[in-house]
Design a protein around this ligand. Structure first.
Ligand code: ACM
Length: 644
């Protein structure tokens, strides 16, 4: 009788565990921590936290704040959580303690979960914060839920010990708030998400042709005029310019109070904010406010996304049909910039100010008499040297406010300013050159870190002129061979927002690529595995974090599940289709007869010749008989155009 009862009881117990808990009990289970920690030993068994949970915090103010916020996060699950100050753990408590431990690297931490409780130790509050981020990833996905749970569930944590520290101190994400404005609340949400993955730098691209987003009290028109443009919806770049009498109603800006609030919010999460004022190019919004800043008299407007910069044949060559530059040949420009950087320096405590310096169209400078006179007076032999003259003067202004200057790699042209740091975006080349000259470098090359690029096939992604897949980001190595590694401060991914008009799409563009970026910037090189084995392990972790994002209602791209399409051409009527996937273990089912493929349709095995009379290729990927990718439709005529 007893035996008969035992079996159903066991079954009942097992099915009362959540799906995630069951998975955790399998022998090869490993927690999915992103970025991968430096070392992790997994023990046997679980710590079941009590319903009345105590967090014991060091008396340090910052640690106490971390503890209070952790309590709020855990309280979302309806159990009672209290914070007490102290140094000794109680039974099954979470202990956050500042220590002096020479075996913990800068900003690192030790996390220990045993049968008796949780302990996070670090030498600085930042280390405690990162330890807490790791701890939260060990909680069930439901910890990410924003709403308060109705009934408490068992909080189980795996017994383990982790020792961890960052590889780089500059782990950045850039958000372009000029092309589209994001509110203080939206930027805070962005900070929350990035901090969970141990990013510590938010670069705000505050000014551009499409909007000036920072209140400058001594130059009020910058925001009265420069923060607003006419509204356009559709495909950026091809919009009509403002029509006579049209109201500039789209935009916004951050007041000084907004910035102070953001700086505090970010600082509480160990995130620095790097402000960028992009000059001398990309300055149409400033010129709309103060046209006298231009060398070219005219009427200026804040661009709604009309095409006034022309890239004939793509590549790096371009010219403007409008002069969108601040004039380097007049003192007034530097007086304005001094006012601007005085306020910027006072608002942002971070030690660096970004002055842009990228993509300066010089075609108006070429013909300008004031520029010619400047060249003669200062003995500047070409327009590179004119730009360099400007950049060096800006550096003097920024240095005079007690800040270091950083700029995009074009600031190398004509000679780098003496103390400048370089943000390398046109590949790694500029970074290598700057480091060779002994300057600090942040790596953010387009080919690994431009998150405005499409992350999957052009037939299904919102259109952008280039692509960057997750797997490529995963392979990002910020330190090129042969350079002095101590000059590479780190790296960052950049989200330009020409085509990013809302936060759902912002999230889609950031995740999951920022998972890969966080590993490239946090995880020690010697433990990063960027081979296929490492990639497969990373993808498994990414999928676990997708579950967490579902709980947190954060959007992410599922492009990694969609086929990679290539076409080769044998002769004028013979085209071969090559399909593959970023993720292993998927089957691609396809049709050429316009019907919707499912798992009973032909599965791609090897390259084959595209039927000449077909009009559309339709494809979808499956895993374990379940559709996992999105339905992709590509006209055969488009496929043929892709042929190499
Ligand atoms: C840039 O992408 N123009 C820095």
């Amino acid at each position: 009788m007893k035996k008969l009862l035992a079996l159903p009881l066991c079954i009942l117990l097992f099915i009362s565990l959540t799906h995630a808990q069951q998975a955790r009990r399998s022998p090869n289970w490993k927690p999915s921590i992103i970025p991968e920690p430096y070392s992790m030993q997994i023990g046997k068994g679980y710590l079941k936290l009590p319903y009345y949970l105590n967090i014991i915090s060091s008396a340090n103010k910052e640690v106490r704040q971390i503890a209070d916020r952790l309590a709020i996060t855990l309280q979302n699950t309806a159990n009672e959580v209290k914070v007490k100050e102290g140094t000794l753990p109680g039974n099954k408590t979470i202990l956050l303690s500042l220590v002096k431990d020479a075996t913990i690297q800068p900003n690192g931490y030790k996390l220990q979960i045993s049968a008796t409780g949780v302990s996070i130790k670090a030498n600085e509050p930042a280390g405690i914060f990162y330890g807490v981020q790791t701890l939260l990833q060990l909680f069930p996905d439901e910890v990410e839920e924003l709403r308060v749970r109705k009934s408490p569930f068992d909080w189980e944590l795996p017994i383990l010990s982790i020792q961890d520290h960052p590889r780089f101190n500059w782990r950045g994400l850039m958000l372009d708030v000029s092309r589209h404005f994001f509110t203080v609340k939206e930027v805070k949400d962005f900070i929350d998400q990035m901090a969970k993955y141990k990013f510590n730098l938010l670069h705000l691209h505050l000014t551009d042709d499409q909007g000036w987003r920072l209140e400058i009290k001594s130059l009020p028109k910058l925001t009265e005029v420069g923060a607003w443009r006419v509204e356009r919806t559709g495909t950026f770049g091809n919009f009509p310019k403002p029509q006579p009498g049209e109201k500039a109603s789209y935009g916004g800006f951050y007041t000084h109070d907004d910035i102070r609030e953001l700086v505090k919010y970010a600082g509480d999460r160990f995130v620095n904010i790097l402000p960028e004022i992009d000059v001398p190019g990309h300055s149409l919004a400033a010129l709309a406010a103060y046209p006298e800043l231009s060398c070219t008299p005219g009427e200026y407007y804040v661009s709604p996304g009309d095409r006034f910069m022309i890239w004939p044949g793509g590549g790096q060559h371009f010219y403007g049909t409008l002069d969108n530059t601040i004039c380097p040949a007049q003192e007034k420009s530097y007086e304005y910039l001094d006012k601007i950087f005085t306020e910027v320096a006072a608002l942002f405590p971070f030690g660096y100010i970004h002055m842009g310096g990228d993509e300066t169209a010089r075609n108006f400078w070429e013909k300008n008499e004031a520029i010619k006179a400047l060249m003669q007076k200062e003995n500047l032999k070409d327009l590179d040297e004119v730009q360099s003259y400007f950049v060096k003067r800006v550096e003097k202004i920024i240095n005079s406010k007690g800040k270091k200057m950083i700029g995009w790699d074009e600031i190398l042209q004509g000679g780098l300013a003496p103390n400048a740091a370089v943000m390398s975006w046109r590949g790694m080349k500029g970074g290598i050159e700057a480091a060779t000259q002994g300057h600090e470098v942040v790596m953010s090359p387009t080919d690994f870190s431009y998150f405005d690029y499409m992350q999957g096939d052009a037939s299904i992604e919102p259109p952008v002129y280039a692509s960057l897949r997750l797997k490529k980001v995963f392979r990002f190595e910020p330190v090129p061979a042969g350079v002095n590694a101590s000059l590479i401060k780190g790296g960052q991914a950049n989200l330009w927002s020409e085509q990013v008009t809302n936060t759902r799409h912002l999230q889609y563009m950031i995740w999951p690529r920022a998972f890969a970026m966080s590993e490239a910037l946090w995880t020690a090189k010697e433990i990063r595995d960027t081979t296929e084995t490492g990639w497969n392990y990373f993808v498994k972790k990414v999928e676990k974090h997708f579950d967490r994002f579902d709980n947190a209602t954060v959007k992410y791209a599922r492009s990694l599940y969609d086929p990679i399409v290539q076409v080769s051409k044998k002769d004028s009527s013979t085209y071969t289709l090559h399909l593959s996937t970023e993720v292993s273990g998927l089957t691609i089912h396809y049709s050429f007869d316009n019907s919707f493929p499912d798992q009973y349709y032909p599965a791609y095995q090897a390259p084959f010749i595209i039927p000449n009379e077909a009009t559309n290729l339709k494809m979808i990927t499956y895993r374990d008989k379940e559709p996992i990718g999105r339905l992709m439709v590509i006209p055969v005529a488009d496929l043929k155009k892709r042929a190499k």
